[in-house]
Write a protein that binds this ligand. Structure first.
Ligand SMILES: C[S@@+](CC[C@H](N)C(=O)[O-])C[C@H]1O[C@@H](n2cnc3c(N)ncnc32)[C@H](O)[C@@H]1O
Length: 366
């Protein structure tokens, strides 16, 4: 390996000259030893360039260190310079030879990091690069597993097909959110980290002492995040037996408030309402099943206490459709609705949103 040996006082000036001539070898670190510095230069640098660099360096050395010389040293292997461990600064750097910047930017927006698992959406025209994308994602995120989405979320349980593209095939992980730990199997249950802000918002709206029903609880992120901070009694229902299995594990995994309690029930909310929840009413209801929630609005209104709040979610381009649906559902039961809040939770497809509408439901007086 070729290095330029110069007195330590001249390292910076020499480095600048070597940089200007683009012959510095970035794979190695500059070595300082016995009052001298060794600056690595690229193998194969031509003699003319070396001569020019030496001349410029000599001038600098003479300015500061008259009497010292400059040498080109061919270090043998034993005294080689330490290699530079270069970590890629970003996924852009890792993929820049394969994908355009726009493609990389799109890809970045599609990442969902759930515990040690990354789920990435790869457009069809980039599927040929899935291996490189997987490896780059693994390196960039420093997680253990990268799955590629193979379908949209589908069916009653809202689960999607996944294909392993990098790392170990382990879909079970623990995701941390707002001081809680949420265990899940990404292949068997629905979970979206993009709802974290929404869960915090609902937690903050909740008062101690409330009776809450999560009608479509999944692995229980809303109940766990709420009960972690508030003394509440939550009934959490889901039709997916795996979701309920993890919900029960998550209840044990987390430190809930002293007087908080969560009851997990596996079943169809319509049937659970007729049986386990017969004659029960709630201060707050959470309806995060945006594709089908309109069908359950009537049930939610019937289970809501006078003055209670329903967090209603649907897919829409705005809020007017959901507000109208809430008004109709309340009207049918001779109740009135006050809209407390509306929010776009996340984008679901171009022009469409997963929207939240907070509805306060009250008996009509008189
Ligand atoms: C969009 S996920 C939301 C899960 C959870 N609330 C969350 O935020 O992660 C909807 C959940 O509703 C459940 N589900 C679908 N239909 C149901 C029904 N009729 N009764 C109870 N749960 C149902 C699914 O199994 C799924 O876990």
């Amino acid at each position: 390996m070729l290095t330029i040996k110069i007195p330590v006082q001249n390292i910076e000036a020499t480095r600048q000259i070597v940089l200007n001539h683009k012959i510095i070898d970035f794979d190695y670190k500059i070595k300082v030893e016995n009052g001298f510095g060794h600056i690595p230069i690229n193998e194969g640098t031509d003699d003319d360039t070396i001569s020019k660099v030496m001349e410029e360096c000599k001038e600098e050395i003479i300015k500061i260190n008259a009497g010292y010389t400059i040498e080109i040293i061919d270090l043998n292997q034993d005294e080689d310079l330490e290699t530079v461990k270069r970590f890629p600064r970003s996924i852009t750097e890792l993929l820049k030879d394969k994908l355009t910047e726009e493609e990389i930017e799109e890809l970045k927006k599609s990442f969902d990091i759930i515990g040690d698992v990354v789920i990435v959406e790869i457009p069809e025209d980039l599927e040929a690069h899935k291996k490189e994308i997987g490896d780059a994602t693994l390196q960039f995120t420093k997680r253990k597993t990268v799955y590629m989405k193979k379908s949209a979320v589908k069916g009653v349980t809202r689960v999607r097909e996944l294909e392993l593209i990098a790392g170990e095939d382990n879909p079970i992980t623990i995701h941390k959110e707002h001081g809680t730990r949420l265990k899940l199997d990404v292949k068997k249950v629905y979970f979206s980290p993009r709802l974290a802000t929404e869960r915090k918002r609902v937690q903050e709206a909740t008062q101690d002492g409330e009776e809450i029903l999560d009608m479509f609880a999944g692995i229980g992120p809303f109940p766990i995040v709420i009960a972690h901070e508030k003394n509440v009694n939550i009934t959490a229902v889901d039709i997916n037996e795996y979701a309920i299995k993890y919900l029960n594990e998550n209840i044990k995994l987390n430190k809930l408030k002293d007087n908080a309690h969560i009851t997990a029930i596996c079943g169809d909310t319509n049937e659970v309402a007729l049986n386990e929840l017969k004659d029960k009413k709630f201060d707050r209801l959470i309806m995060n099943l945006p594709g089908l929630a309109p069908e359950f609005l009537g049930l939610a209104v019937s289970l809501c206490k006078d003055g209670g709040v329903i967090h209603y979610y649907e897919f829409s381009d705005g809020f007017s459709q959901g507000i109208e649906r809430a008004q109709i559902a309340c009207e049918k039961q001779n109740k009135k609705v006050e809209i407390l809040n509306t929010r776009k939770v996340k984008s679901s497809s171009p022009g469409m949103w997963h929207v939240a509408i907070d509805c306060k439901v009250s008996e009509k007086s008189g």
